[in-house]
Write a protein that binds this ligand. Structure first.
Ligand SMILES: C[S@@+](CC[C@H](N)C(=O)[O-])C[C@H]1O[C@@H](n2cnc3c(N)ncnc32)[C@H](O)[C@@H]1O
Length: 294
């Protein structure tokens, strides 16, 4: 039977080779998604192993649990930043490995109702967690000009941030922006189309990051690594844009200046040509791995 979802896990074998050093270990998949990585990890782990899976997206979590159906997976509808509390509550001193596969899954991107995609019209939503109060529509319709300009610059690296922010302000005076199509049209009015990317691509990225407080959350998670990882444990982080990768790179560099930590990947690793050919979404992935050695 064809499954109603698809998301191809990226660099899955390589990540498993780096992370799964104790077959009986306890692991965290901080971004369970549809469980692609965890599903494979469990196939390489013993019956004693456990994976604590986290996702902000309740629907994805439910699908992952259904698909994996394995009592070695303990799943939580929570941000990965809640992991220390949950690991402590489970009476564990820490974990042997952590995976963060940042960003969004194809399951979210391909679903027009979630409002993430520039390709499909849908409500301007973009929340990973549908119980969170702030949607992308709230941002574009209520935030002041300076804030819109700031997120477009800082999270979208958009050079025309001011132009786009002003266009949003003008448009919302007429009527609130409600759909992804509304937002695309506003950006198209001020930025000509050229090249293969739609001119609103960076605007969509900025809004998604702002709406889910993505960079603050990643930064917080990085600070939690010393609290979570046992000696000999490793963290593997997959990023999909330079803003996230920079945070990971800087944090790992600082940790590696301490005796207790060692960089496992001196430079980020990327999927090979074959993987990118089979999965276009792998093309911007970068993997960094660090070990707590004592
Ligand atoms: C790229 S997908 C993960 C895909 C997964 N590795 C797989 O193979 O199916 C990223 C997932 O992280 C989730 N997510 C984003 N931020 C999160 C956070 N702070 N805490 C927990 N989950 C988060 C998203 O909802 C999404 O499902």
């Amino acid at each position: 039977m064809t499954q109603p979802w698809t998301h191809i896990p990226i660099m899955v074998e390589k990540i498993a080779d780096f992370l799964l050093r104790d077959p009986d270990g306890i692991y965290i998949d901080g971004t369970l998604g549809l469980g692609g990585h965890t599903h494979y990890f469990l196939s390489r782990l013993s019956p004693q192993a456990r994976v604590f899976g986290f996702d902000k997206d309740e629907e994805a979590l439910r699908l992952a649990q259904e698909r994996i159906a394995d009592n070695r997976l303990v799943a939580f509808h929570a941000s990965y930043t809640q992991a220390p509390k949950i690991i402590r509550q489970a009476g564990l001193p820490g974990v042997n490995g952590i995976l963060l596969d940042l960003g969004l899954s194809s399951y979210q991107l391909d679903n027009p109702a979630r409002g993430f995609s520039i390709m499909h019209n849908g409500p301007l939503d973009m929340r990973f967690d549908l119980s969170s109060p702030l949607s992308a529509a709230d941002i574009v319709n209520t935030w002041p000009l300076q804030e819109l300009e700031r997120i477009l610059k800082d999270f979208g690296e958009e050079r025309q941030a001011n132009k786009i922010a002003l266009a949003i302000m003008r448009a919302r005076k007429e009527a609130p922006l409600q759909t992804t199509e509304d937002l695309k049209k506003v950006v198209e009015q001020v930025l000509p189309r050229h090249g293969k990317n739609h001119p609103a691509t960076q605007t969509f990225q900025a809004l998604r990051i702002a709406c889910n407080a993505e960079l603050e959350t990643v930064q917080k998670a990085l600070q939690l690594l010393p609290e979570l990882l046992l000696p000999g444990g490793r963290a593997a982080i997959l990023t999909f844009h330079s803003l996230e990768d920079r945070l990971v790179k800087n944090c790992f560099k600082q940790l590696a200046e301490q005796e207790a930590w060692q960089l496992i990947t001196k430079h980020p690793l990327a999927p090979d040509y074959q993987e990118i050919r089979q999965n276009r979404r792998a093309r911007s992935a970068k993997l960094r791995v660090i070990e707590r050695i004592k």
